[in-house]
Design a protein around this ligand. Structure first.
Ligand SMILES: *Cc1c(COP(=O)(O)O)cnc(C)c1O
Length: 385
């Protein structure tokens, strides 16, 4: 049986929304994005939301709007996708990697405290796999250190649905950024969004996401009368087209229902694999997990053999993630070593992600579980001897 790693839920049912945009004279950022932004602001209970064409470009535009660049440092976790640190490089600042907490694999306030320097301008905590970092604790730590100037930008690429103590992302940070990339829980192929309560930051990101222009195309032509625009700050091209944004509203409306399905699938994996040497991310109390990925950890000596073996069984698996600071670019530029990040190094060398998506058939999941129990557990046991 062939089991895909991921399948999206979009289909012919979305064609009408696309056709509607095609029928208007305006394909890029316009009324559809505006409506999605209003939706998102309401959904998350924040003052402002801005759509962008990726998490990566949204985060870079946010850092630019915060005037973060050369000479500055931004604290990021060592266990994440490369985009989290790449955006810091993109604006010319230095990513300062910190190790994560062993059970949850999340960034902690203590780690932030140890990495703070006078050059620190921001922290980008990552809600890894869908479990939220304690942003309130990082906020409190920064205040205690007299560093309330340090911005907190939440990487919510895995965490549209998650909550911490009932609160959604964006509650305690300066900005929270989502990804609508092809495999994310809410997707339009490529895209993202930024939410914030900071009206000044919102106004600046409106410019940095659009070349630094003082007015976007939709606004420039609004009155039917051409108006000149200015460029007061440097910007980039990070706006989302209506053509893609039109795929989002039905997904946002049903996201919490689909989480129930994800939760059920995740629990089925967890129960089936509970009495085995396979390890999982621990989920702490007060957290509602967004269940973006289902990730396991096996002994480092067998991880790559397990990946190869799953491939021969036509089971799509991937790795989220290997240790970022020791990838060639970062280790060459900054000399980072794996010993500096023992938890992330170990997790990165033993982790693999199993097929996981709401429409996953029960027999497909059974096949993955049976393969793990029948063939992979013996591989692990043999390696332990
Ligand atoms: C997917 C992902 C990103 C990047 O999202 P894009 O929309 O592809 O730019 C950033 N951070 C994490 C943790 C991700 O998984």
């Amino acid at each position: 049986m062939r089991v895909d790693f991921f399948r999206h839920d979009l289909g012919p049912q979305n064609a009408e929304a696309v056709a509607k945009v095609l029928g208007t004279p305006f394909l890029t950022t316009g009324s559809v994005c505006k409506a999605v932004e209003a939706d998102l602001a309401t959904h998350f209970g924040r003052k402002h939301a801005l759509t962008v064409n990726s998490w990566t470009n949204g985060a870079a535009a946010t850092l630019m709007a915060m005037d973060i660049g050369p000479g500055h440092e931004v604290i990021v976790p060592a266990m994440t996708f490369i985009a989290t640190s790449n955006v810091v490089e993109l604006v010319g600042a230095k990513p300062v990697f910190v190790d994560v907490e062993p059970e949850t694999l999340l960034m902690t306030a203590d780690a932030v405290k140890a990495a703070l320097t006078p050059k620190t301008r921001a922290v980008i905590p990552v809600h890894l796999y869908g479990q939220m970092v304690d942003i309130g604790a990082i906020r409190a730590l920064l205040a205690k250190c007299g560093r309330s100037d340090v911005k907190i930008i939440e990487d919510c690429a895995h965490c549209f649905e998650g909550r911490f103590d009932g609160q959604r992302p964006g509650t305690n940070s300066d900005a929270a950024i989502f990804s609508f990339y092809a495999t994310k829980n809410v997707t339009c192929g490529e895209g993202g969004a930024i939410i914030t309560d900071d009206s000044d930051l919102f106004a600046k990101i409106q410019q940095t996401r659009m070349h630094g222009m003082s007015a976007g195309a939709a606004d420039r032509f609004k009155t039917g009368q051409y108006r000149h625009w200015d460029m007061a700050r440097m910007g980039m091209k990070a706006n989302l087209p209506d053509l893609l944004a039109c795929l989002l509203p039905p997904q946002i409306a049903t996201i919490d229902q689909r989480l129930t399905v994800r939760e059920k699938l995740a629990q089925r994996y967890e129960v089936a694999l509970a009495q085995t040497p396979i390890k999982f991310q621990r989920i702490l109390p007060k957290r509602l997990h967004a269940r973006h990925l289902f990730v396991i950890h096996v002994p480092l000596a067998v991880r790559d053999d397990v990946l190869t073996f799953m491939g021969t069984k036509e089971i799509g698996c991937t790795v989220n993630y290997r240790l970022v600071p020791t990838l060639t670019f970062y280790t060459t530029k900054y000399g980072y070593k794996p010993e500096q990040f023992p938890v992330s190094a170990d997790w990165g060398a033993g982790t693999l992600s199993l097929p996981f998506y709401p429409s996953m058939p029960e027999d497909a999941q059974s096949y993955v579980i049976d393969t793990l129990l029948k063939d992979v557990i013996p591989m692990i046991e043999k390696a332990a001897k």
